[in-house]
Design a protein around this ligand. Sequence first.
Ligand code: ARG
Length: 403
Amino acid sequence: MSETIVLAYSGGLDTSVALRWLAEEYGAEVVALLVDVGQGVDREAVTARATAAGAADVVVVDAKEELAREFVLPVLQAGALYEGRYPLVSALSRPLIARHLVAVAREAGATAVAHGCTGKGNDQVRFETAVAALAPDLAVRAPVRDWGMTREQEIAYAERHGIEVPVKRGAAYSIDQNLWGRSIEAGPLEDPWTAPPEEAYALTLSPERAFHAPQEVEIELEAGVPVAVDGEELGLVELIGRAAALAGAHGVGRIDMIENRLVGIKSREVYETPAAALLLTAYAGVEELVCDRDLAHMKAELAARYATLVYNGLWYSPLRAALDAFMAQTTAAVTGTERVTLYRGSCAIAGRRADSALYDHGLATYEEGDSFQHGAAAGFIHIWSLPSKTWSAAERSREAAPA
Ligand code: ARG
């Protein structure tokens, strides 16, 4: 009996060639798994392409809701940004796709799963580390990493095997997209001195071409979950889509960074994450009204750690479970509304209110109604500054002492 391999299939050139290559190289039945994570995919066309490439079966899964609830929401609530900037777009879909690979492999009685990643990126690490955690008995095949074909050789292989080549015209970008944003790499971006060509972008207008007037948007949050935009209640998937459209039209959410990959390479990465830009701003605005000082400071430290862990492919790990438990403690009070102004590439907090704000106007005000005990400050500072005074005196007497 021939073995069965489940391949994470996108419909692009790499995975189409990989599909046939796995079938030939291993004499395997290849099941193509297409996971819809909001990349804007034509499911019928991709299914037809997989079948034409030789798939024994094609499975299509709509995982947008899962991506939104189980992956995007936790990083939104954590405020997790890799290296302070990247909202982890591609790092979120990989563990989800891996989970579906494993589920389909179990159903099909497969002995292996496969992906179309190269040997230079983070995505291979994320897929394989996730599979190692979820199903350590399954083998993982990485044909694109193993075969050593150039792009031209891949196209020749496809033509030889009668595989339709969905060749994209124009610059050779490597693109990965889901409902949280879009990652763009390679082609002209490999020169860090070159500004990203306008054609690289698909979700955001350039700030120059964006709406000429500012737009104020209200985001409502309930216990850490965004639930409405401008008073209209929306499910999470729809709400993320709405946020992307609003922010994208104002040129908000473009990121251009030199990023440190787990595999040791510094890489020029361009992202468009309009939904993330708007929702992270809104979340932070309400949270800062309700979050205790020490908790907020600790959360910021752990958010950086959370981002690095997710970026490095350790979604399924005891540390993430523990960090999630910490973050869950911070979400309960995040109920309120945030006003955000979108204008020519910027996304700024205009105002915020929260049900259980720790902000106390009486304590904060410099006007009538001030309830702060001014006199108490002197005693507080006397004791607070005691170590400074003691240290300074010792320092001075040491300097004054003859050598
Ligand atoms: N550098 C980003 C990351 O590691 C984006 C990866 C995009 N993947 C791709 N196949 N183009 O998360």
